[in-house]
Design a protein around this ligand. Structure first.
Ligand SMILES: Cc1cc2nc3c(=O)[nH]c(=O)nc-3n(C[C@H](O)[C@H](O)[C@H](O)COP(=O)(O)OP(=O)(O)OC[C@H]3O[C@@H](n4cnc5c(N)ncnc54)[C@H](O)[C@@H]3O)c2cc1C
Length: 459
């Protein structure tokens, strides 16, 4: 039995920071990783996808070159090998960086292998048995594969598509959520014919209808085919092709393609952790149940990042790390204080903070709406990227921003001033009276907020 002060399982976005922080305060820490150090974001998530989104954007801009007076010729060719080589370089630099961080931190021991609980304070990794009074889970999630016919049909996931050998002729993306839409636009820009199949009536079904419809219009305008209300999705192999059935009443109604990408959600990596031996409880979908300080049902175990189901982003995993460390030092930081914020990295991106309009309306309070199309944002006009809009929902009595969306060029950056105002708990006048830099996308946020109208009267 090897004794440590703390054990961290998983090297995702929270684990390495926590392990090195604890080791830095003089504790002995073991951190385990069964696959790639750095976890999802570094290896098969944010970094590789955003690197490839950048290549796709370059192809898109090159094709539009003549609009800006830059004549490249008719044929823009995407060299997938170079795209992947660039992406792999970025991934490897981060993976090696995190590995070195862990191995070079005194007091921190990186162990490669699958960890499994044997008791609330004991973990087995292969032949090694390790014990610690405190154990932190940062085991993340993996692509869900729950679609009918998947067992007998070749398919790609968000991980395997990152190493695809050639650009698919016709990629069928099953799932119109964040991951599916980023890949759909990316591969369409690489040269694939792309069809998105979504079982709900709208893409991103939990977002407001105007956001979802604008996003759909943008993707369709680019040439991506979208099939919503696909109530009975079933995969099939058809000789050397694949197909996806979409209609319950008509099984001959199928979309034929060369490849299928399954982007139908993520399953937490908690089924093979031996959680019962540690008395750690999970919900119906396998997410670890925690309190607002990330403590599980076991007094010895905490759960951080995607595996606790309280966030599905790198920034939420990082915030989990900050909350745990703060509480170890008798602080009061809590997940309850976190304001939801995220971006869909299509081009243009869609960034959102706080409540949707739907959620705000459900409060039953008087509301104000501010909304401005990107056609009325001069920087967007100058860039030739006028798709989308920015909008904010404000409580009419307190004048506090309840939520905001910026679907448009630079929206992923510009959203942060609204987020800061929400964290400051200040009335929206803080922003509407501020002077922003011209010409920027953010600059029109104050202008938009000066033109708020009662929600019922606005569209
Ligand atoms: C395609 C894609 C794109 C994304 N893009 C974005 C984005 O743009 N922005 C954003 O904020 N988020 C994005 N995400 C989400 C983001 O990657 C995750 O939210 C983030 O990585 C946080 O994960 P985590 O810290 O919970 O754990 P993870 O990063 O998932 O890491 C968990 C680690 O634990 C290891 N592990 C699991 N079980 C065990 C075990 N029993 N023993 C040992 N090791 C184990 C795994 O191998 C893994 O390395 C994206 C995800 C995907 C899939």
């Amino acid at each position: 039995m090897e004794h440590f002060d703390a054990i961290v399982i998983g090297t995702g976005q929270a684990g390495p920071a926590l392990a090195t922080k604890l080791a830095g305060s003089g504790l002995s820490v073991a951190i385990m990783e069964r696959k790639f150090v750095g976890g999802t974001c570094v290896n098969v998530g944010c970094s590789p996808t955003k690197a490839m989104v950048t290549s796709a954007h370059a192809a898109f801009v090159a094709r539009r070159g003549a609009t800006f007076g830059v004549e490249i010729g008719d044929s823009v060719r995407v060299n997938l090998d170079t795209v992947l080589e660039r992406k792999n370089g970025i991934v490897m630099k981060s993976r090696i960086g995190v590995t070195n961080w862990l191995t070079e931190t005194p007091g921190c021991t990186l162990i490669h292998g699958h960890a499994r609980f044997e008791s609330p304070t004991t973990v087995r990794v292969g032949e090694r048995l390790l014990t610690a009074p405190k154990i932190y889970l940062n085991v993340g999630a993996r692509p869900s594969v729950t679609v009918k016919g998947a067992e007998a049909t070749p398919y790609l996931t968000s991980s395997t598509i990152l190493d695809i050998a050639a650009i698919p002729e016709h990629l069928i993306v099953v799932g119109g959520g964040f991951i599916g839409l980023e890949f759909a636009q990316m591969f369409h820009r690489f040269g694939s014919l792309v069809t998105v199949v979504e079982r709900n009536a709208y893409l991103l079904p939990h977002k407001d209808e105007d956001v979802s419809l604008a996003l759909r219009a943008m993707l369709e305008e680019e040439g991506i085919r979208i099939r919503t209300n696909a109530s009975c999705i079933e995969l099939n192999q058809e000789g050397s092709s694949v197909s996806v059935a979409v209609n319950c009443s008509d099984r001959t109604n199928r979309i034929f393609g060369s490849h299928i990408l399954l982007a139908t959600g993520r399953t937490p990596n908690t089924d093979d952790l031996g959680l019962e031996a540690a008395n750690v409880k999970v919900d119906q979908r396998g997410f670890v149940l925690t309190d607002e300080h990330l403590q599980t049902s076991s007094p010895n175990v905490w759960a951080l990042g995607d595996c606790n189901g309280r966030g599905a982003f790198t920034h939420t995993a990082w915030n989990d790390y900050e909350i745990v460390v703060d509480n170890l030092h008798h602080g009061t930081r809590s997940i309850a204080d976190r304001i939801g914020v995220y971006a869909l990295f299509t081009d243009p991106p869609m960034a959102h903070v706080g409540m949707t309009e739907k959620q705000a309306r459900a409060l039953g309070r008087p509301l104000l709406l501010a909304k401005r199309p990107m056609t009325k944002v001069s920087r967007a006009v100058e860039k030739g990227e006028t798709i989308g809009f920015m909008k904010a929902i404000v409580d009419a009595e307190t004048r506090i921003v309840l939520g905001a969306t910026i679907f448009g060029v630079g929206g992923d950056e510009a959203i942060h001033s609204l987020l800061a105002c929400m964290y400051a708990k200040k009335p929206v006048d803080l922003l509407s009276e501020a002077v922003f830099i011209h010409p920027t996308i953010s600059e029109l946020i104050p202008t938009m907020l000066q033109e708020m109208t009662p929600l019922e009267m606005a569209h």
